[in-house]
Design a protein around this ligand. Structure first.
Ligand SMILES: [Zn+2]
Length: 145
């Protein structure tokens, strides 16, 4: 899912939480909103690692090309996993949830991340691209070793 949709839907989600729980601190609402799209920072890191370029437009172009390649592969029946996205793994979500017990701010970050990941999952399922992502850090580490 494109970052613009994550930002838009993250804003909407945060507004809904604010509506139903108006006593929630603006700082915590901001954390929910920011984490609902900044989790995609791992995509940017991947682009930087692969291309050694810090430019955000370059990273967006890189993903545009990856999407085109993905589309071609899909049409030929090739189902390939894409880059490993560490912030999107189950383990990373669990880590943030555990940190939420130690510091409440992480709990709100966790809420934003889960919302983001549910949107990603819905999008991947809708586009029939569920295979594209590695969901487990430990599976990725096992494959690497
Ligand atoms: Zn994402």
């Amino acid at each position: 899912m494109l970052p613009k949709w994550h930002i838009l839907l993250g804003g909407l989600f945060t507004a809904i939480i604010w509506f139903f729980a108006p006593e929630t601190s603006p700082i915590y609402l901001t954390l929910i909103f920011l984490s609902s799209f900044l989790i995609d920072f791992d995509h940017y890191l991947n682009s930087f690692i692969k291309n050694k370029k810090l430019s955000l437009p370059h990273a967006l172009k890189y993903y545009e090309e990856l999407n085109k390649e993905d589309e071609r592969n899909y049409k030929r029946g090739i189902k390939k996993k894409r880059n490993f996205e560490i912030f999107h793994t189950i383990e990373f979500h669990i880590l943030i949830a555990i940190l939420g017990f130690l510091w409440i701010a992480f709990f709100y970050i966790f809420i934003g991340m889960v919302f983001h990941s549910l949107l990603d999952l819905a999008w991947l399922l809708y586009k029939d691209r569920f295979y594209r992502r590695e969901y487990f850090l430990f599976s990725w580490l096992r494959e690497k070793s």
